[in-house]
Design a protein around this ligand. Structure first.
Ligand code: PGA
Length: 248
């Protein structure tokens, strides 16, 4: 049985005081859950959220990292830096990074490898645009992104990679993929992993759905056979709403 994972992606929101309030508010609301609870915070909140989440079941993640360990990369943060303050997870290849910050399948692959080298667990995003979906090539796009993201990883690392299937047309738009469609896409991703790394590995990989997840649709989505939880943007900014999603 794969564990359910609910990860909040705050994006570029929350000042440190707001972040600390949030963690304090969330802590009692999710303390009974068996699901993995992750908050992916902006860099400036990481240290504060980690301190506040100590001795709770809330894990902290970053939203991006550089693939190099250190060096002349002004403005960047390395996996080693994240690990040094106690970060456990890192989102890699979010569609907003692919769209606005020149993230490619190649940099995604390098970052995943660097994450594992630093004992960080990557949450890797894949997903098609509306245009690709309408052209009927959505499955080709997401399987290719998955293949390239995982290229050259050991089986053990593939097993420990979390994938988030996020159809771009569903992110921040209020439009959610139907639970059947999301499950079908996630099955395709799992099949692709199975072809390359074998069924045993594929069955262990946690694959999330992301794109306008809220408390009103979480249960329906997360109860599908292949959907192992969610990557939640907008609805993760409110502790009560996020807790309802965690406790779906
Ligand atoms: P959303 O964002 O829940 O606001 O659609 C999801 C994401 O971008 O990870």
């Amino acid at each position: 049985m794969r564990k359910k994972v609910i990860a909040g992606n705050w994006k570029m929101n929350m000042l440190p005081n707001e972040a600390m309030d949030f963690i304090q508010k969330l802590t009692p609301l999710v303390k009974e859950t068996e699901n993995e609870v992750i908050i992916c915070a902006p860099y400036t909140d990481l240290f504060y959220t980690i301190l506040n989440a100590q001795d709770t079941n809330i894990k902290i993640g970053a939203q991006n990292m550089h693939f190099a360990e250190k060096g002349a990369y002004t403005g960047e943060i390395s996996g080693k830096m994240l690990k040094s303050i106690g970060v456990e997870y890192v989102i890699i290849g979010h569609s907003e990074r692919r769209q606005y910050f020149a993230e490619t399948d190649e940099t995604v692959n390098k970052k995943i490898k660097a994450a594992f080298e630093n004992n960080l667990k990557p949450i890797v995003c894949v997903g098609e645009t509306l245009e690709e979906r309408e052209k009927g090539i959505a499955f080709d796009i997401i399987t290719k992104q998955t293949r390239l993201a995982l290229e050259g990883l050991s089986k053990e690392n593939v097993k420990n990679t979390i994938i988030a299937y996020e159809p771009i047309w569903a992110i921040g738009t209020g439009k959610t993929a139907t639970s059947e469609d999301a499950n079908e896409s996630i099955k395709k991703i799992r099949e692709e992993i199975s072809k390359i790394y074998g069924k045993d590995i594929a069955e262990c990989v946690i694959i999330l759905y992301g794109g306008s997840v809220k408390s009103s649709n979480a249960k329906e989505l997360f109860n599908k056979s292949d959907i192992d939880g969610g990557l939640v943007g907008g609805a993760s900014l409110d502790a009560e709403e996020f807790a309802k999603i965690v406790n779906f």
